[in-house]
Design a protein around this ligand. Structure first.
Ligand SMILES: [Zn+2]
Length: 153
């Protein structure tokens, strides 16, 4: 489904102003309007209110999506300067700049800035995999390198 371009807030305000104008007109001229004209104006008023309500709900969804993105980016920023890529994995750095903790998926971090822990593949102890994206890595390239870094670092 193609993403629909939402109307602007100025369009919504304009719709509400038109709706208010029609409502005022209906109250001022209620007795002078023909029944057909009254029905037309009333339907126009209802359509404007309903259309505006739908657009407001879409704005609310857009804002909620943006808030989720902001929270994800804030989470990524928290780790951005703390992660270092060594071998085939990202690790958090300790206070001395040495890798610590679990190996994290390179693909997930570089594509979505989400830190995802690698786990040993159940049917192959030499392979680690990301439980989120399924990317596999040599266990040696995600664990032994960290150990070597500790020995020589
Ligand atoms: Zn992954």
């Amino acid at each position: 489904m193609a993403e629909r371009t939402p109307v602007s807030i100025a369009d919504l305000v304009s719709n509400l102003e038109t709706a208010a104008k029609i409502a005022r007109m209906l109250s001022d001229k209620y007795l002078t309007l023909e029944v057909g004209e009254l029905n037309t104006k009333f339907n126009e008023l209802v359509n404007l209110i309903n259309g505006t309500k739908i657009e407001v709900l879409e704005f609310q969804n857009i804002i909620s999506g943006k808030n989720r993105q902001i929270a994800e980016l804030e989470s990524a920023l928290k780790f951005k300067d703390k992660l270092v890529c060594i071998g085939d994995a990202y690790f958090e750095m300790d206070a001395k700049g040495k890798p610590t903790g679990h190996a994290n998926c390179v693909k997930c971090w570089e594509n979505t800035y989400k830190k995802r822990k690698l786990v040993v593949k159940t049917d192959d102890a030499n392979v680690k995999m990301c439980a989120t994206c399924g990317q596999t890595y040599s266990r040696a390239e995600t664990e032994n390198i960290k150990k070597k870094f500790r020995l020589f670092g």
